[in-house]
Design a protein around this ligand. Sequence first.
Ligand code: URP
Ligand code: ZN
Ligand code: ZN
Length: 471
Amino acid sequence: MVAEAADLVIEGGTVVTDDSSKLATVVVDNGRIEAIVDATEDAAQIAAVRRIDATGRLVMPGAVDPHCHVGIRVGSYTTRDTYASASLAALAGGTTTIVDFAIPAPDQDPLEALDERLSLARTSRCDYAEHGCINGPTASIPATVRALAAAGVRTIKLFTTYRGILMVDTHTIAEVMAAISEVAGLTYVHAEANDLVEAAQLEAVNAARIGAAGHAATRPEAAEERAVADVLGVAERLNAAVYFVHQSTPGAVDLVQGAKARGLHAFTESCPHYLTLDDGCYRSAHPERWVCCPPLRNRETVDALDKRAELGLIDTVGSDHCCYDTVQKAERADDVREMPNGLPGVETRLPVVFDRFVATGRISPERFVAMVATNPARLNGLYPRKGTIAVGSDADLVIFDPKASRTVAAAELHMETDYSPYEGLTITGWPSTVVAGGRVVVDDGHVIDPGPVGEFIEAGAMEPPYLPRPS
Ligand code: URP
Ligand code: ZN
Ligand code: ZN
C-alpha cells in the first residue's frame, strides 16, 4: 500500500559514518532516517515511493560546513551571495547544513546581529546554524552569552586581528571563554597576532610590496603560531574548550595537539585551500584571487599541514566560504589592507578534500566523514540530528561517487561568483545525489532548487559524547 510506503530507499551503497563502513540500505520517511538495514537482510520487500540504487557509491551523512560566511560585509565590501545562492551551492557540493557567522556591524549588539542574520536566512535552501561574535565593547558578556545560548547559539567567534573592526583583547577572550563554559558552548578563535601582522604590513609598505603579490609575507606563520599559543594559555588557565578556525600551519596544529595531550578540549579546523594550494598562487597573473587570512603558505608548510591531516590531527575542514567575485578582488589589489579577504568554496569543499586524501588512499572514508560532517556537527551542538546516519537523525544524505572525475569550472558551479580558486583542477570524487531533510535536491548531478525550506537548527549543549572521538 502506498500509504505505508517509505518516502525513499537508498540501496546497494556503502554506508559510511565516522566509525564504520558497511553495505546497507537506508530507509527515509518524513524527513528522518527510519531504518538502516544491513545488506545481509532482505530490504527488497521494503515498499518505497522512490528507490535509488547507490551501487559502487558511498552513502555518507550530509556534510556540515562549520565555517561559511554568507553575504559577509567587512570594511567596504560585501560578498556577492545571499542565503538563497550560498545554500543552493552548499547542497550542490554535498553540504546540507551551513554554519554562518552573526558578526556585529560597528557598535551593533551581538543579539541584534543574530536577529538580522536569522531574518536574511529565511531564503535558505539548506538547514543552517549560526555562530555568535563579540567584536567590541559589550555591556555584559555573561548576559550576552546566556542570551545567545537561549537563542540557539553556543559558539562565539573572536578575532585576535583586524584592529578597529573585529579584534578583541585578551581580557575579552577570557571573559567569553569563562561565560561560554557555563552554557557548554565553544569559543571559536581566528588567531593571528595583530602586532606582528601590522609590523609585517608596514615593512611591506616600505618595500613597495603591499599589493596582492606580497600578501603571504604580510601575515607570517609566526603571527598565527604566537596567537594560538597565547589563546591556549588563556584556555588552559580557565580549562575552557577552544576551537581554532582556519589553521594554516603545522606549528599551529601541533600547539593544539600539545594542549589536547595535556587534557584540554582544543580543536583544529583547517580549510581545503590551506591543505592543497600554496603561495605560488600569489605569483600568478591574478594573485588577488587567492588573498585570504591567514594567507596560503609555502609548499613545505602545505605538505607538513597535509601530513597532519593524514595523521588524523585535524578535527574539521571548513570552507571559510567568502563569495567575492573577480571585480571585487581586483579593485584594491594594490593594497592587501584594503582588499576583501577570503575565497569562495562552500561547493568544492568535499570534492577537493576527497580528491586529495581519500582518492589517494591517504585517509579512510570514515575519517573524511568525521572531518567534513560528524566533527563539525559535534562541535556546533548539532549532533546527532546532523552529521551521522542513525535512526531518528535528519535524512540528510550524500551519495558520493568516489570514481567521478570532474574538472573544476566556475561556470558550472552554483556559487555567486565568476571564479574558483581551483579552476582547471581535475578532481576524483564528487557527490552525485544529495538528500536534505528527505528531499532529493541533487539528482544524479542535476540540482533541484527546493525553495526556501532551510531551517534554523539550534545548537545544543556540547558535552561528551558530543565532542569528537579522539583520533
Ligand atoms: O580571509 C578570510 N578568512 N576572510 C573571512 C573572515 C575570516 O577571517 O574568517
Ligand atoms: Zn577568520
Ligand atoms: Zn571566516
